[in-house]
Ligand binder design. Sequence first.
Ligand SMILES: [Mn+2]
Length: 222
Amino acid sequence: MSDVHIGTDIYQGAALDGLDSALALADSSQADAILVAGDLFDHHRVPTETVDRVMDALAASKKPVVVLPGNHDTILTQGLWGGKTPDGVTILLEADGETLALDELGLTVWGRPVYDHNPEFRPLLGMPPRPDDGWYVSMAHGIVMDFEEATWRSSPIYLDEIAKAPCDYIALGHVHVYRDVSQNGVPAFYSGAPAGAMKRGVAIVDMDPDKGVSVSPLEITT
Ligand SMILES: [Mn+2]
């Protein structure tokens, strides 16, 4: 999932409901892990009790949860939430990119959080080489560029970077609709947003040693 925007004034209750619906879908579809590709929160003044409630909900999923801060997650990147991240939840905070090995799943996750949402920041820059074994997923929060020249957009992700990425899947956030931007056989998808959009939802990613990676949207209708 991505772009939950907890704390937004525009759809405050719906954002929390959207998170709960997304977690319920993870449960009913027996997901092994949950990735949040940025903008879990909306701004840096989300009340502490709201952040606590979100962290509790993520931990209650009983699945590994990986959160990559997006441009709106300043409450995380500026260290403004005083709570302790619960067991099972990992927030990728290393500015140059951070790798998390989920050995029990045979899965390695890498992501570079958004600290400076500007045209110079490149969300996929510095992706480490593929690990020796297991699945390798990258997370990125930014705008996939259809053409190379438009460098005035903040946090650009170029098609060429997707095409050359040494991973099995790129979990994207920032655009609030489900969208396939795969290149050169590298699957890359925006998951869509669980709240605030015309069509709400998440993406489920199936990684099969025989069939490869397949991705489909899961719509939230509740
Ligand atoms: Mn964003």
